[in-house]
Design a protein around this ligand. Structure first.
Ligand code: NAD
Ligand code: UFG
Length: 339
């Protein structure tokens, strides 16, 4: 299949690009490079073994640019990664987040429809469950209250696509609710490259390990969890990438609407991650216990059985490989793609 990847230069998009080619598909990337680097696409092309990745630097809100791409290419489906994703920043800049994520998706869906491409896989998030009613979280769990505009955009966009599919049965909509992606390509050539101070746990740990930050702040050790720190379902980004390849089957089968949790089903605490990282990589991670971070929940991990049953997809990598590959990437690229 030939797949359009919006936001395909980013962390998850660049890894998915590689897995798509590996599975015999081709892809075209559209990205405004707001939170990514062209170098990621150069390196992805080297890993795939092609001269260059078909790419247009453009904003998905730019209808003219999108029309041009669709006029010149046939796409069997779109995997829609493009969006702003920093939770804290979304609280400070709600309008920018709503505008980019909502409007970008509206333009994309409209242009797709006009060009007869009605197959979409959307990057959703475990954040739509809010503080989950049941653990492990199944897809039947009710959606919860999102504490930030970023999460609201995911929840609302899911609804937009559900309604669209309901109105026009020609659409196939696959909503992938990612849990916590970490790790990097095992080659260490591509990985997560956050701007400024990382918000997320693993990039913060790797920056402490490389000496860019003094110590990790652990946000709270008084949660009702085995060691008091927050528990999450970390998933290797390569496993997440292969989940997108597997999700194409739901489109091939004309499943209409399909919703899947994409995680490992295992919950690890902040201190589990820190201790595993130190043991596997033989580096020290100094840390200090800080107050809880606003908006955080105690425990979040999924039941990934539905994806296993219907897509034949299960995560292959464990926490040790996630820690190994995150460090391998950071060690080889101390300043990310600017190295
Ligand atoms: P990322 O920031 O690395 O990738 C997103 C890409 O989209 C970037 O390359 C950015 O430049 C591009 N982009 C943003 N707005 C755009 C626009 N208007 N037009 C064109 N390109 C635009 O993020 P990621 O971690 O790869 O996440 C990919 C998707 O998965 C996002 O939608 C994100 O919300 C979602 N998601 C991520 C996580 C996570 O923890 N990383 C968890 C759940 C869901
Ligand atoms: N944490 C720390 N110190 C840090 C960063 C994080 O102790 O410097 C803790 C958090 O308190 C939490 C855990 O590490 O207990 C994981 O935090 P992350 O920020 O890495 O991830 P979140 O679970 O908060 O959120 C992430 C994404 C969201 C997404 C969600 C579910 O940031 O966008 O996973 O996919 F919605």
């Amino acid at each position: 299949m030939n797949i359009l990847l919006t936001g395909g230069a980013g962390f998850i998009g660049s890894h998915t690009l590689i897995e798509l080619y590996k599975a015999g598909h081709t892809a075209f990337v559209i990205d405004n490079l707001y939170n990514s680097d062209r170098e990621a696409l150069r390196r992805a092309a080297q890993i795939i073994g092609i001269d260059e990745v078909p790419f247009m630097k453009a904003d998905i809100r730019d209808r003219k640019a999108l029309n041009e791409v669709f006029d010149h290419h046939h796409f069997d489906a779109c995997i829609h990664f493009a969006g702003l994703k920093a939770v804290g920043e979304s609280v400070a800049k709600p309008l920018e987040y709503y505008e980019n994520n909502m409007n970008g998706t509206f333009v994309l869906l409209d242009v797709m429809r006009k060009h007869g491409c009605k197959n979409i896989i959307f990057s959703s998030s475990a954040t739509v469950y809010g503080d989950p009613a049941v653990i492990p979280i199944t897809e039947d769990c009710p959606k919860g209250h999102c504490t930030n505009p970023y999460g609201q955009t995911k929840s609302m966009l899911e609804q937009v696509m559900i309604d669209l599919q309901k109105a026009d049965g020609e659409w196939n909509v696959v909503l992938l609710r990612y849990f916590n992606p970490i790790g990097a390509h095992p080659s260490g050539r591509i990985g997560e490259n956050p701007n400024g101070i990382p918000n997320n746990l693993m990039p913060y740990i790797t920056q402490v390990a490389i000496g860019r930050r003094e110590r990790l702040n652990v946000f709270g050790n008084d949660y009702p969890t085995p060691d008091g720190t927050g528990v999450r379902d970390y998933i290797h980004v390569v496993d997440l990438a292969t989940a997108h390849v597997a999700a194409l089957q739901a489109i091939i089968r004309h499943q209409g609407l399909a919703i899947y949790n994409i995680g490992t089903g295992h919950g690890y605490s902040v201190l589990d991650v820190v201790n595993t990282f130190m043991r596997v990589n033989k580096v020290d991670i100094p840390y200090v216990i800080m107050p809880r971070r606003a908006g955080d929940i105690a425990t979040c991990y999924c039941d990934p059985q539905k994806a296993a049953r219907e897509l034949g997809w299960t995560a292959q990598y464990g926490l040790e490989e996630m820690c190994r590959d995150s460090w391998n990437w950071q060690r080889q690229n101390p300043n990310g793609y600017q190295s």
